[in-house]
Design a protein around this ligand. Structure first.
Ligand code: NAD
Length: 494
């Protein structure tokens, strides 16, 4: 990766990428095409092939054939490792192309896409690649007359359905562990972010992935996505997206071949701030946690749950920090935050804010689209105070830069409010009292609790939710287990 500031606009005009369906190692034009509209300015970037159910069928058949003849699963683990590590390096070499495509298709700052998304894609491929020949199976203690093996076998064909908010990161969190254990994959990226997926898949072929091992079928959720989720020859379906779609996928899995579903769904994260915390740090993090990626994060810190004694102080600091986190063209290298991913998503965000305000609360800042003259989709940091835990804005996932403010007066109430949504993905606790940090984090029903930080972690730790935020974590060695079946072989020796 270069360290000089790239000319993102020039790169946006010159970058080239595949636009077809990737089936059985071949790029196909597809029978239907779909326009990719940039949220930067509302202009059409290109069009891509969109799969129908028959295309998905062919992609699954290709993945099945690749799995059945063991061209990938049967390769020596160290050789599979070499392919994934080579692929990771290619991602690094193409970091700026991937970053600018991310900005064009879903509107996050290109600078940020390079620093975060491309880096995550690179590291994830490398981490799972390097893990392949270091994970062991088991030999249990059984009578001397017998010998037993517990082996993790690749589960077969994996369908992966992903969202647009961190396209490169979330796709790789699924593809890399699935491929590492020897599965074949059919990826259905989000409608809004088809280009990065195609570009990364092309690099995978260049790195030596055998044909058919990774197939990419862009397409509509209700068509291509539903066809994959309900397919009779897909063994595992791994999904990141909304809770509503997760429910549909789980139903489709149950009603077809009972494939195993893994669901990473929505969230309503809280920053819980106690009076003894470093309030400057907590407030800066609270402002960042709901504006980063324009708030389009399942882990967005969309609730500020603050002790009543420090509320005014913390809120003033949050508003101050937010003043410097305004949206701008994602191709400007210094854009603090970028665009909302689509005009439709902008309408959704603004609609929830309008509906929420009608349900109570006091608007302190923001509350309407900005930069409308650009033709793009931009929403400013928005803060709504005086909410109750049951208020619409304290309950509903907005997926935009919208902070709901709630107060508490006791440690118990902080935990109660923290848990008072259907979600259970992630939240943060801000306190300098270790006992309080531990008690509160134990009390929170969340897949992840951060203490005195937000959004920290790396590939070594799992990421996933509880309650209606889903199940089946991404990341860490545990993610490899999702794509394997436990096989017992019992041998009678006597
Ligand atoms: P979405 O559910 O609308 O779409 C996600 C994917 O599902 C897309 O690829 C879409 O085409 C597909 N899809 C839609 N309907 C389908 C159907 N009936 N059958 C099969 N596939 C279908 O979500 P989105 O708007 O793309 O993303 C935003 C949502 O994702 C938010 O709710 C957010 O919280 C969630 N999310 C969760 C995590 C996490 O790890 N927990 C991470 C990022 C985003």
């Amino acid at each position: 990766m270069t360290t000089t500031t790239p000319d993102w606009r020039a790169l946006a005009g010159s970058v080239s990428y595949p636009t077809g369906l990737l089936i059985d190692g071949t790029w196909e034009a597809g029978s239907a095409r779909h326009e990719v509209v940039s949220p930067i300015d509302g202009q059409v970037v290109t069009d891509v092939a969109f799969a129908d159910a028959a295309d998905v069928d062919r992609a699954v058949a290709s993945a099945r054939a690749a799995f059945a003849d063991r061209r990938w699963a049967g390769m020596a683990p160290a050789d599979r490792k070499d392919v994934l590590v080579r692929w990771a390096h290619l991602v690094n070499e193409h970091a700026e192309q991937l970053a600018v495509l991310t900005a064009l298709e879903m509107g996050k700052p290109a600078r940020e896409a390079k620093a975060i998304d491309v880096r995550a894609c690179h590291r994830t491929l490398r981490w799972y690649g390097e893990a392949i020949d270091k994970v062991l199976d088991e030999i249990p203690k059984v009578p001397d007359t017998s010998w037993a093996l517990i082996e993790r076998e690749p589960a077969g064909v994996v369908g992966a359905i992903t969202p647009w908010n961190f396209p490169l990161t979330l796709e790789t969190w699924k593809i890399a562990p699935a491929l590492a254990v020897g599965c074949s994959v059919v990826l259905k990226p989000a409608e809004l972010s088809p280009l990065t997926a195609l570009y990364v898949a092309q690099l995978g072929l260049e790195a030596g992935l055998p044909e058919g091992v990774l197939n990419v079928v862009n397409g509509g959720g209700a068509t291509a996505g539903a066809a994959l989720a309900g397919h009779m020859d897909v063994d595992i379906i791994t999904f990141t997206g909304s809770t509503a779609t997760g429910r549909a996928i789980m139903t489709a899995a149950a009603q077809s071949n009972m494939k195993r579903p893994y669901l990473e769904l929505g969230g309503k994260g809280a920053n819980i701030v106690f009076p003894d915390a470093d309030l400057d740090k907590a407030a800066a993090a609270a402002a960042w946690a709901v504006t980063y990626n324009a708030g389009q994060m399942c882990t967005a810190g969309s609730r500020l749950v603050v002790h009543e004694s420090v509320k005014d102080d913390v809120l003033a600091k949050v508003l101050d920090a937010m003043a410097g986190l305004q949206p701008d063209n994602p191709l400007n290298d210094d854009a603090p935050i970028g665009a909302i991913a689509s005009a439709r998503q902008l309408d959704t965000v603004h609609g929830i804010v309008t509906e929420g305000l009608a349900d109570g609360g006091r608007l302190l800042v923001g509350g309407a689209p900005v930069l409308t003259e650009t033709g793009g989709s931009y929403y400013p940091p928005t803060v709504v105070d005086e909410l109750r835990p049951e208020s619409l804005l304290a309950q509903k996932e907005v997926f935009g830069p919208v902070l709901s403010v709630l107060t508490f007066s006791s440690d118990e109430e902080a935990v109660t409010i923290g848990n008072a949504t259907n979600y259970g993905l992630a939240s943060a606790v801000w306190t300098n009292d270790l006992g309080r940090a531990r008690r509160t984090s134990k009390g929170l029903q969340m897949g992840t609790v951060w203490v005195n930080c937000y959004e920290e972690g790396d590939l070594t730790v799992p990421f996933g939710g509880v309650k209606q935020s889903g199940f089946g974590s991404d990341k860490s060695l545990h993610a490899m287990d999702k794509f394997t079946n436990l096989k017992t072989t019992w041998i009678e020796l006597a």
